[in-house]
Design a protein around this ligand. Structure first.
Ligand SMILES: Cc1cc2nc3c(=O)[nH]c(=O)nc-3n(C[C@H](O)[C@H](O)[C@H](O)COP(=O)(O)OP(=O)(O)OC[C@H]3O[C@@H](n4cnc5c(N)ncnc54)[C@H](O)[C@@H]3O)c2cc1C
Length: 467
């Protein structure tokens, strides 16, 4: 057992900065290298901030490092989805029947800056910016960098290197290109991409639409969403096919076509977005994909965490939350395998990968649910029924969404298995007119739980027979 004291982290994004803070709190010497400039020193103009849905798994990580009180002022509660139809009519669908369960909108920059401040305040953590990692030699545990300030290259030696360098990870690329061990890797792009837009505040600085919701304009093959910012603006995201359908990113090429598209599909949003054309042509169109890979580690030398190990599509609002939960799980495993890093890395992947694989699959399911099903009558009836069950039987029922989002003691894999079985049970019973909103709730709960258990048992039998 070799003692590893000097830990090098590549990427000071959300996961890397939290990891640096936690490892610093545990007493390790941590150096963290980020390719971008220090975001705390670069001005971001109004309406240009990017926000994320932040929920229980992420909050648990903030508690671990003791900064939940500092995070709270950055949060805007969103109690439900505000659905907008083509006539501009709206319908609020709560995320849970339990009042204390809601998600939050949080600024990516604000949260990242807080984590950097907290990490930097520790004597044993050093941050470096404008230094891009170009290669990791995982056999010798060294990382090569290009320094944008001095325009020079340099190599850093460490006892161990952790790559939290996001979906395009250089450490992951080094594993893949190195061909020194059996490294499995998959990357699946969606047919849809996204573009960020904005709804600016009123002249007085007020919100132009309801503040405490995640707004969705579901249109079957595409959708628009909006999350509130503290300054009164909303960050709006258009999810649309790159090349299919009447309107797509490839053919939305002129201000006239973009206006026509919004006028036809999102007329109420268009009224709030006089800046649409400017945003649309200034902001990039980006791709969405899922990355899975294994193993995450090489011997006791290197490890992938966060999006670098498991990038997912954003439709469950869980990528950051999952990356924060990575740090919580890693921290627990550090307690049990003190000092034996290879055992730590192995145990971490063993417990964690089934859960990150599950949230990747759930996020794809939610892509279809959000753009289409949320507007479907059977789906809406199911949501109302689940809301009522959660409200009246708070200790006995949690929807799939609640299991994933509000139950951090349940792993994503278990939430997926149980949640999918429940969905199947309820949707079948509504479609067959066996249950409805006017029925006796206690009897409905009993039937749903029984039917769910039967589905779970059948799945278990099918699995066992398959082996
Ligand atoms: C459109 C969209 C919406 C999303 N919405 C949500 C949401 O609502 N809720 C949620 O929980 N998640 C959401 N996510 C997911 C979330 O953004 C990611 O899961 C999260 O940022 C992962 O954190 P990370 O630190 O692993 O990676 P990143 O945040 O990508 O950080 C990686 C860091 O590494 C740096 N870096 C990269 N390469 C190098 C290099 N070679 N050398 C040095 N530094 C490097 C980058 O500059 C960056 O700072 C969304 C993602 C997208 C794309």
């Amino acid at each position: 057992m070799k003692s590893k004291e000097n830990i090098l982290i590549v990427g000071a994004g959300l996961c890397g900065s939290l990891l640096a803070l936690r490892l610093g709190q545990r007493g390790y010497n941590v150096s963290i290298y980020e390719k971008r400039p220090d975001l705390r020193k670069v001005a971001i103009s109004a309406g240009r901030s990017i926000n994320l849905a932040f929920s229980d798994r992420g909050i648990k990580a903030m508690r671990l490092v003791g900064i939940q009180d500092k995070v709270e002022p950055l949060c805007i509660p969103m109690n439900g989805r505000m659905l907008h139809d083509k006539n501009g009519d709206t319908f609020l669908s709560n995320y849970s029947g339990r009042d204390h369960e809601y998600i939050n909108s949080i600024s990516r920059e604000g949260l990242n800056a807080l984590l950097l401040n907290e990490a930097e305040a520790l004597d044993n953590v050093t941050l470096y910016f404008n230094k891009k990692c170009t290669h990791v030699d995982f056999e010798n545990t060294t990382a090569s960098f290009y320094d944008y300030n001095t325009k020079t290259e340099f190599i850093e030696d460490a006892d161990l290197i952790i790559g939290t360098d996001g979906a395009g990870s250089v450490l992951r690329k080094s594993y893949y290109l190195g061909k020194k061990f059996l490294f499995s890797f998959s990357q699946d792009y969606l047919t849809h991409g996204y573009k960020e837009l904005s709804i600016l505040p009123t002249e007085k600085g007020d919100y132009k639409t309801y503040k405490n919701a995640l707004h969705i304009w579901p249109r079957g093959d595409f959708m628009l969403i909006a999350l509130p910012n503290l300054d009164g603006s909303f960050t709006v995201t258009l999810f649309l096919s790159h090349s299919e359908g009447e309107y797509n990113f490839n053919n939305l090429t002129t201000p006239e076509i973009v206006t026509e598209f919004f006028n036809k599909e999102f007329p109420d949003a268009l009224k709030l977005m006089p800046n649409l054309i400017e945003d649309f042509f200034e902001n990039p169109t980006s791709a969405l994909g899922t990355v899975k890979c294994s193993p995450w580690h090489y011997k006791a030398n290197t490890l992938l965490m966060g999006d670098a190990a498991h990038a997912i599509v954003p439709f469950y609002g869980q990528g950051m939350n999952a990356s924060f939960e990575d740090v919580v799980e890693f921290d627990q495993i550090l307690d049990t395998h003190q000092g034996n890093w290879e055992a730590v890395f192995k145990a971490y992947e063993n417990t964690r990968k089934k859960d990150t694989d599950a949230i990747a699959d759930l996020a794809i399911d939610n892509f279809h649910e959000m753009k289409g099903h949320v507007a479907n009558p059977i789906f809406q009836e199911k949501r109302k029924l689940e809301m009522a069950l959660e409200k009246h039987f708070p200790d006995e029922y949690s929807s799939k969404y609640s299991l994933v989002t509000f139950n951090d003691q349940v792993g994503y894999n278990e939430a997926m298995t149980r949640g999918r079985a429940q969905d199947k049970a309820i949707l079948n019973m509504i479609a067959d007119n066996e249950i409805n909103l006017n029925g006796d709730l206690k009897a409905i709960l009993k039937r749903v739980l029984k039917e769910t258990q039967e589905i779970l048992d059948e799945d278990q039998v099918a699995k066992t027979m398959g082996h």
